[in-house]
Every structure is written in C-alpha cells, then in structure tokens.
Design a protein. Sequence first.
Lengths: 254, 318
Amino acid sequence: MRDDTNMGGANAFPLTRRSLIEATRSPQPEERRRALNTLIAVYWKPVYKYIRLRWGKDNEEGKDLTQEFFSRLLEKDFLGSYDARRAKLRTFLRVCIDRFLANEQKAGRRLKRGRDIQFLPLEFEAADGELKQIEIPAPGQMDEFFEREWARSVFALSLERLREDLEKNEKQTHFQLLQLYDVEDGGRELTYEQVAQRFELKSSDVTNYLAYARREFRRTVLEQLREMTASEEEFQGEARSLLGSKVELKGREE
Amino acid sequence: MKTLPDTAIERLRRAANAPQLSGTRYRLLEKLGEGGMAGVFRVQDTALNRELALKVISVGDAAGELALRLLQEAHVIAKLEHPGIVPVHDAGTLADGRVFYTMKLVQGQSLDQCAEGGLPERLRLFHKICDTVSFAHSRGVLHRDLKPQNIMVGAFGEVLVMDWGLSKLLGGSERPAECEQTAGGEARPVTAHGSVLGTPGYMSPEQARGDVTALDHRADIYSLGAVLRFLLANVRAVPRAVSAIIGKAMKVDPAQRYGSVEELSRDLAHYLDGLPVSAYPESPLRRLWRWAGKNRVWILLVLAYLLMRAALILWRTR
C-alpha cells in the first residue's frame, strides 16, 4: 500500500514521545507515516529554500528536487545512518541534500515530480514568496541560513498548532493577542488599554490572556522539539538553539 | 500559513523564552545572559522597589533534574553568607513551571575585563578571591568552575565569586548542578548531562578526566592558580616567587599542590610582606638579597650614617 505523505500539513503531528527518527523506521505503517509527516512538515521549506539558494535552482526545479529528495530519503533509508550523538539532524540533512544534488547533477537526470509524496502547490508558492523576502545568504553562511529557516518552520508550525488548540478551547482571543503582540509588526506600540478596548476586555485580562498564550506557545514549541529529538540531551540542545541566545536574523520585514 | 518575518521570529523567541512573572512580585526588565541551562534576567522587585537578578531554567528536562539542580544551587549560595558571594533572596516555581531564584543584582565587571593595575594590587585582589573560596571550603562547598569570567569586581573594589552552578558539597553525594550564570551574563561552554563539568584551561586535570568522585578542595586550588596566572598574564616581569606559587597551585598531582586555600593565601601574603614563600626555596645568598631588598631603607640609613661617621673621622684626623 502506498503511504502518501502530505507536505505542509500542520495537524498531522503525532503526539508520541518516541524518537522521530526511530519512528520513521517503524514497522507500523501508520506510525512511520505520521513520523514522516512531522519530519517533512518541519523540514521541507528549509530544504526547498536551501536547494534554491545554495544550488541556484529555479522554482520548478526546486519543487522537483525537494520532492525527489524526500522520496529518496525514505526509499533509501538515509535516516538509518543518522546518529544524533554526532550531529544535529539539520546538519545531517544538509549533507544529504548536498550529496543528493551533486549526484543528480553528475548524472544529469531529469526528475519526475512526486512519487510517494504529495505536495500542496500553494505551499510551494508561499515558500517561493518567502524567498523573495529573504536576504540572499553568502555562500559561507548557508549553515546559519538553514538554521534560521528551521527556526522559522518550527515557529510557524507551532503557531498553527497553537491556533488550532486555542480555537478548540474557545480561546481565540488569547491567540489573537499573541498574534498582535508577538507576530505582527507594530502591535507592541499599542497600550494594553487600547488593546482591551479593541477586544472588549479588561486591561488585566489582556495581560492574563497574553501570558497564557505565550505560555502555551512555549509549551507547544517544546512539545514539537521533543517529538523531533531522540534524547534528553538532543532536546536540550535543540531548545537552546531555538529559544536560547539570539541567532542573527537578517531579512526584510513583511 | 502566513510567512513569519524575521522580526516576528525574534519576538516569538523572546516571548517563549522570557520567564512568566505573572503572579509574582517581579517585573521583567531585560535579559542579562543565557547559559547552557539557565537564563539570567534583570527584574524589578515591585514589593521593595529594587532591581534584582533572576536566574531561571531555560528548558526543563523531563525528569525535573535541572529544576532540582537550580534549587540546590540556590540552597548552596544561601548557605554561604559572605561578602564575596552574591546573596540569594528568593526561590520558587513560575507560572510556566520553571524553577527560578533571585539574587542581588551585581554591577561591575568580570575579572577578564578588568585585570589591571600593578602587581601588588592584582595580588591583593586575588587574595580576596582566595578568602571567599576558603570560606566556601570551610562550609564544605567546592566551586568547581573558578575562572575570570565568574569573578566580578564591583565599582568599589568589592570582589564577588559568582556562578556556583557547578558547586559540590564536600562529603555529600554528587550534585553536578549545571546551571549557567557568569559574572558578565554571557553564555559559556555548555556542560551537558553527565559529561565533564568545568572550563578547559581552568579545571584541574582530575576534573578534566571526569573523575568527579575524587574531586576535593585541591581542584579549586588548581583553578585559583590558573586565575592568578591569567591575572598576571600582562604583567611585564612576574617575580620568580609568584611564578612558583602559581606552579605549586597548578601541580598535576593534587598531593603536590597547596593543602588548603589558606596556605596559598599565606604564601601570597608572605610574598607581599617580603617574607619567604613555601613554594620557592631560596639559597642563603638570595635570602640575604631579599632581606636587603625588604630593609633597604634601614640599610641605606645605616650606610649613610657610617659614611658620615667615616667622613667625620677623616676630617678630624687631618
């Protein structure tokens, strides 16, 4: 049976605590599919952008190569040789991409899009749009670029998951406040009183709702990192990378 | 899904990382630094209208071990009431489940940023560090991460030994608290779970080997020697006796180091007073030379007197 993997879907996250990499090799098709969904949901955009910028591919080539890369990753069980003690998964994937692209170029193959993976065309258009807003990194800064895109991907997926959770619990206002203060530019220029008026809340509620949403956002991000890591040590390292000291981010604002 | 601009990522990063102070007496002012396991923030204590430093676990582990370690660190510091150690004011758990403690906000520079002055000034400053470490040892606490970045020099010359996150209770069970806090508030090399604790260049060989159970106060003495070496790195000519003191403190074999921080301090004090130091055995000639150097005013006075007497005698006999 063919396991189609829908790239970009945010609600396909498994809630398992099992290591993502272990789960991608699970004999259970359902567990394997869900693990792959998580892996792809987090990494497809960084991979696509990296292929575009590092390897100078256009949008169409970028799409094909991204899909082909993930197909090969699964088919050839590249992840089988990944050792979390030796490198971050991001670093490992980047090396795999470089090898894959180098081989493809050498063979001069024309790729056929899609095999086991179905991509949402609109998501690719969004990723292409994002590239137009990004300052092109220097060749020596591709590590940082991949790291930054990973952070963008994790935060975007966490926000999406948080939005769904809060809406399910009828806490849309909490999410909207987080959106206003921490996502949209200019939101912080508003006073709590102004925001309270806009949302028909008490000022103290604005503080409390925002604190709740931030707390939940943090929890969601960490939960997502736990799903993607194999050990406590790896989790701590990833959390430090994502939440710890500031990573220099350059790019145009929306 | 809408694209997240870089500015939003930075805001979200801060929002997710900032301690949730709702329901506490503290108001967040700014982040001072981030280490491997914990972040340090400047906060306003609204009850007493003063600023404090708040140290909080960055990301808790599943077993709650890091939280326990941070609390233990707070307990260790609370136990060490000394002018050279930053006092702890409060400890607890925030609304986001993270463990924290607050302490006096220290204004000043870390030793690596302010090593200056003449040799005697530097040695006196080092003497204060020794006093603090010696006090901690007397209370059964090893620091295990003494280095210039963890020593703060205040605006009024006060010297504070910071970051007791790796401290260990002598004679107690192993308690490798790995929470990070440096005097400068900056990040430092991470000490991961179960791995070697300390900082290369400043940790003793036995500590570098990870021989945690064998560590005793002599590991700190080694680090003190390394700190003194750093402190005198840009002094033009370090006297042999002082080099010998550093050498003895940093012996590879712990048994050949100073037996206690007091012994190290005493050697330094002896050097400053022109007395013999245990680390530097002298020949009789060198001892005479040092004695002459120490008493040169008296010697000059006596010589001047003798010259005058000789001149007077000569003049009278003419």
